[in-house]
Design a protein around this ligand. Sequence first.
Ligand SMILES: *[C@@H]1O[C@H](CO)[C@@H](O)[C@H](O)[C@H]1NC(C)=O
Length: 250
Amino acid sequence: MMFNLLNFATLAAVLAVTGTQANPLEARAASCTFPSPPKTSSLSSARTIPAGTTFDGGNVRFDRGSGACEGQHEGGDADAVFLVEDGATVQNVVIGANQAEGIHCLGSCTLKNVWFEDVCEDAVTIKQSSGTSTITGGGAKHAEDKVIQHNGGGNVVITNFCVQDFGKLYRSCGNCKTQHKRTVSISNIIASDGSSIAGINSNYGDVATITKSSLTLSNVKSVCDTYEGNDDGDEPDKLTSNTSNANCKF
Ligand SMILES: *[C@@H]1O[C@H](CO)[C@@H](O)[C@H](O)[C@H]1NC(C)=O
């Protein structure tokens, strides 16, 4: 009897250890300790990360050279730092202030421990037609407006992320020419000094699922807002603010 119990305890201990080692990144909580890289790499053009590959930046700072940020001027793919193709991963990268468009995901992408020191127009633009893109670990500071802009379709997962001094952490495009029903799930966020965690278009059936108990908010006005989106470029009207409903689930 004693022998069996001891064996069980040993086995349980071994399982517990392998369990925590299996997925150290995913198990980590959000951190607001931004890396401070000694080295900056200024790219003369946007760098493409080919489909299905992983780019590990080793926590080097990447930018596009001084003067590259022109405030809320809407840029294109050519103004990004990284263009991430379908199924590709970018990890351990710091994006400096001298850039305009941050990272564009052309298909479903994974961004792990990507840090935006000073967001310009926006930090991440999701252009996938369907599928799931995941942003896990890392953080963003000083986004006048949006941090993660979802222009394509499908689903976005944002977890273990820190955001400071921002407009919206996530926005489903309010006035893109081609609109979609978009979904987002948000958990384990440390957010301070911002207007909202998520903004979605209820008229297109968007759904934001936000685990409220996993958010640490300080001076953030709203968890989730709904808008009347359009496809003609007009500024969309806000319908509800900080209200849990069928589209804003928190
Ligand atoms: C927004 O809603 C959350 C959750 O219901 C609440 O805790 C928070 O106080 C609200 N914020 C404001 C600014 O009313």
